[in-house]
Design a protein around this ligand. Structure first.
Ligand code: SF4
Length: 66
């Protein structure tokens, strides 16, 4: 299965909480008020793509690993 690297740009994240709401399997909010990725390398997109699409500030990147 295609692997992907998932990242949150902490400078862009405004802490809205949407990504853990749609993808609790791989995102959580932490004490710094920012979203954190639980697993940066994932097999298959799963809900990560949805999180990236709904992020209001485009802070989430999901890139294929070659
Ligand atoms: S959806 Fe985007 S702005 Fe909202 S908490 Fe997640 S990374 Fe931050």
């Amino acid at each position: 299965m295609q692997k992907y690297r998932v990242k949150v740009d902490k400078d862009k994240c405004i802490g809205c909480g949407s990504c853990p709401a749609v993808c609790p399997a791989n995102f959580e909010m932490r004490d710094d008020g920012k979203a954190h990725v639980l697993k940066e390398e994932v097999a298959g997109l799963g809900c990560n793509q949805i999180a990236a699409e709904i992020c209001p500030t485009d802070a989430i990147r999901v890139d294929p690993i070659k």
